[in-house]
Design a binder for this molecule. Structure first.
Ligand SMILES: [Zn+2]
Ligand SMILES: [Zn+2]
Length: 361
């Protein structure tokens, strides 16, 4: 047990407070990682606002990179000092989804209330998303970390933990996009830009970005969008179909707005599939005319964390980054200290940001 500095949420919607908390040493199967960087994801913000409920007090943060500080019994393949990316994909390795190669669907429950974090007086402190990375260090299950090459920029590497794998993985793992297919990406934020570059890497013919501002459409083009359509116009799917000359083979909904889900099927070609990536607040509903999906042979596919297998996919993405084929540095809109986390969150909420990253000095 040692004291570390963390950003704690005591009440939904209130600013996070920077305070000293206790982190216990790694037990069997766990590793402790001293963090160099943690990115702020919209999921952290939704949790901190109470959008998905959950236990309090809590430490959020789940897109991190750092160095292994201590290794618990039974962990192999990692050494103290190794640079690693830390994800929220905790996989037991022996349940049916894990054994079937889908660790994002691991069915072994994890109780963050009984995790490695506690208040200095020994009181409960929830380790959110099995991570709790808005802190100087984390203790996590070994399945959540992937070794990185020496010398990689740790702020860039932290993005591989969630936003990048969620977007690129949705294209490659969930949609199984083939070269030459046409794609629409609704939302050009942190995840949407990665769906766009995933579609570029996968060899899409047309990649149409749909967003609320010209500024974000311009950024989308830098990541590989061939066309941009303003979602603020009347029936934006008409402009998207005009750009493609047809409907989309795959439309990716990367925002958590129910309205985006209502409209997404309008962009599809016959046989097309809607990939559901963004997560609206609990209770939000969308409506479809079900018969249309049957008549056109279309599909809806949910994509959790890009259906990523982290030790297969993250080394691949690290290599593409090294070759200049996957953009990471360009995704970072600001670097902040832990003490500035509420300002960084406010900047992310303003919508202008790509990814804000907390860096530890
Ligand atoms: Zn995330
Ligand atoms: Zn499992």
């Amino acid at each position: 047990m040692r004291p570390i500095k963390a950003a704690v949420c005591h009440s939904f919607g209130a600013p996070l407070t920077i305070e000293e908390v206790s982190l216990r040493a790694p037990e069997a199967g766990e590793v402790e990682v001293t963090l160099d960087a943690v990115a702020i994801c919209h999921s952290d913000i939704t949790y901190a606002e109470g959008g998905w409920g959950g236990s309090l007090p809590a430490v959020y943060g789940h897109e991190a990179a750092g160095r292994v500080r201590e290794i618990g019994p039974g962990v192999t393949g990692l050494a103290i000092g190794d640079p690693v990316v830390v994800t929220l994909i905790r996989a037991c390795g022996h349940c049916a989804p894990c054994a079937g190669g889908r660790p994002t669907g691991c069915e072994t429950a994890y109780d963050g209330d009984r995790g490695p974090l506690s208040m200095p007086d020994g009181g409960k402190l929830h380790q959110a998303m099995a991570c709790g990375a808005f802190a100087e260090a984390v203790t996590v299950h070994h399945s959540q970390v992937v070794k990185l090459p020496e010398g990689i920029d740790m702020a860039a590497a932290s993005l591989l933990a969630c936003g990048v794998i969620t977007g690129v993985g949705a294209v490659v793992n969930a949609a199984h996009l083939r070269a030459g297919q046409d794609v629409v990406v609704i939302g050009a934020g942190g995840v949407g830009l990665n769906a766009i570059q995933g579609a570029r890497i996968a060899g899409a013919r047309r990649i149409v970005a749909v967003d609320m501002s010209e500024e974000k459409l311009a950024i989308a083009r830098e990541f590989g969008a061939t066309d941009g359509v303003l979602a603020t116009g009347d029936m934006p799917w008409r402009a998207a179909k005009a750009a493609m000359g047809r409907g989309a083979d795959a439309v990716f909904v990367t925002v958590g707005a129910a309205r985006a889900y209502d409209e997404a099927p309008r962009y599809l070609a016959g046989g097309g599939r809607m990939i559901m990536v963004g997560m609206p607040h609990t209770g939000a509903e969308s409506r479809y005319e079900a018969g249309n999906f049957a008549a056109a042979g279309q599909a809806m596919i949910g994509s959790k964390m890009g259906e990523t297998v982290i030790r297969r996919d993250i080394p691949w993405m690290v290599d593409l980054y090294g070759q200049g084929r996957l953009k990471l540095d360009e995704l970072i809109s600001g670097r902040w200290s832990l003490d500035q986390i509420n300002e960084a969150i406010a900047d992310t909420k303003s919508g202008a940001a790509r990814r804000n990253v907390i860096v530890f000095g």
